[in-house]
Design a protein around this ligand. Structure first.
Ligand code: BG6
Length: 479
């Protein structure tokens, strides 16, 4: 369809992946084990990651099939994949650095040269096609060594290991990478602390105390990374990254309306601290009522205040409906946030409620609140794809999903939102975070691999490949 609204010149069109969902090569060239490498497959993998005894067993015994160990073998095939991204005309490509390639156990003094070398080669390959690397420093993984020895982000020392790691990236890639973000979907740490912060709760832990203290450590680590990035790379931009998705009141009952605002704040809290530089008052009430006492060191408040992010990046897949009525509670269980069914929306095969207008809604909400450039760094549809005869994959549902969202992105631009770019999630099929499956596909490029790890790993262009190419070619005039 034709779109009459202009996208900005130099708009960063592209795609986004994460190291542990794509690279594989999980022990190659000196890489250490990461938290992602011990998560098994299965619809309940995130719930299991919160089960103390299951996790303690998993940490020490690697056996059977783990999807991150080979993933889509991007580590060895990135040249072929980057060439395909270039064919689509990507202006940018978002990926993450696997922390345990650079610091295999997390607490070494010196980085692993072979790990650094891999990303040098990858970034050079991207730059060869004028594709800007957009780099997440920690995307749902950390060295397992830091979990075993320090309990993950519950220990303040991890702040400094992270700072050292981030600095070594800035030093090494200062001429190659100008767009950075610190933690992927940092607000998810509040819901799934193992993937967010390497935390396995112990039986006598006070849950909120442990989690919010770890989050404080991540805030300080993130602010120190912002500081170092600005000092080392004067023309770089560094952002925070939130899992976006508005909470709508199910009815106009003021109880529902207020509850929806409170639910929004559980996530906005993270953006508020990272973008405005201080803890908002509403979270202090939450802390008081839940016996949370954040231990701060001298200078923490200044660090947070003085090193706010340059832009706010976020993912967007769905919206949530919130009800205070007991009959409605817990109707939609199939995502991290819970919530109830929205009768006006359809859901994906995985129960995620599809809501293009919700994207315009949060673009406006975030821009009103932060007044900083925004960057949509994930959006897409996880779906089952069928390979028809002649290697044809007609993924019209994916085109429809992305088009409907981009129409709303254009509207938000017309609303006056300052938007840096848009990267679809998983431009090439990869391992799912919530289930570990391959069957939940997001790509314009199909990867021949199934949930059990079988397949040739060959790459096949889907119908959406040419559609996205045209979107980029026309800078969004043809959607
Ligand atoms: C985001 C993550 O939560 O959603 C990605 O940043 C993830 O890493 C994506 O893959 C989609 O979720 P899933 O569970 O379908 O892989």
């Amino acid at each position: 369809v034709e779109n009459s609204i202009r996208f900005p010149q130099n708009f960063l069109w592209g795609g986004a992946i994460a190291a542990n969902q794509a690279e594989g090569a999980y022990l190659e060239d000196g890489k250490g084990l990461s938290t992602a490498d011990v998560l098994p497959c299965g619809a309940d993998r995130l719930e299991r990651s919160m089960d103390t005894s299951a996790m303690n067993a998993l940490m020490n015994r690697i056996e059977g099939y783990y999807p991150s160990h080979e993933a889509i073998d991007f580590y060895h095939r990135y040249k072929e994949d980057v060439a395909l991204f270039a064919q689509m005309g990507f202006k940018c490509f978002r990926t993450s650095v696997a922390w345990s390639r650079i610091f295999p156990n997390g607490d070494e003094e010196m980085p692993n040269e072979n790990g650094l070398k891999f990303y040098d080669d990858l970034f050079d390959e991207l730059l060869k096609y004028d594709i800007q690397p957009v780099i997440t420093i920690s995307h749902y993984e950390m060295p397992l060594g830091l979990v075993k020895k320090y309990g993950g982000w519950r220990d303040r020392k991890v702040v400094y290991f992270f700072e050292r790691y981030a600095k070594s990236l800035f030093e090494r890639y200062k001429d190659k990478v100008k767009y950075w973000m610190t933690f992927n979907e940092i607000n998810i740490t509040a819901h799934v602390p193992f993937i967010g912060a390497g935390i396995i709760l112990k039986e006598d832990d006070s849950k909120y105390q442990v989690i919010y203290q770890a989050i404080h450590h991540q805030f300080v680590g993130s602010a120190l990374a912002v500081k170092a990035c600005h000092e080392i790379i004067s023309d770089a931009k560094i952002g925070c990254m939130l899992a976006g998705g508005p909470n709508y009141p199910y009815t106009c009952n003021p109880e529902d309306v207020f509850e929806a605002m409170q639910k929004d704040r559980i996530s906005l809290f993270f953006g508020d601290v990272q973008s405005r530089g201080y803890y908002p008052n509403y979270i202090k009430r939450f802390f008081r009522e839940n016996n949370v006492n954040i231990e701060m060191e001298d200078g923490d408040e200044e660090i947070l205040k003085q090193n706010t992010v340059d832009y706010v990046a976020f993912s967007y897949y769905m919206s949530h409906a919130v009800s205070t009525s007991p009959e409605k509670a817990g109707e939609v269980k199939r995502n991290i946030f819970g919530g109830v069914k929205n009768p006006y929306l359809k859901a994906s095969d995985w129960g995620w409620q599809i809501d293009p207008k919700g994207l315009r809604y949060i673009l406006n909400q975030f821009y009103d609140r932060y007044q900083k450039p925004l960057f949509i760094v994930e959006n897409g549809l996880g779906a089952v794809d069928i390979v028809e005869e002649g290697e044809v994959i007609n993924d019209d549902y994916r085109i429809d999903y992305l088009r409907d969202h981009l129409v709303q992105v254009a509207e938000a631009i017309e609303d006056g939102v300052d938007l840096i770019g848009y990267t679809t999630w998983g431009p090439i099929d990869l391992v799912s975070v919530s289930t570990g499956e391959m069957k939940k596909r997001y790509g314009f490029i199909y990867v021949d691999k199934d949930n059990e790890g079988r397949g040739t790993l060959r790459r096949v262009k889907k119908k959406s490949f040419n559609w996205y190419k045209q979107v980029i070619e026309t800078n969004g005039e043809l959607l």
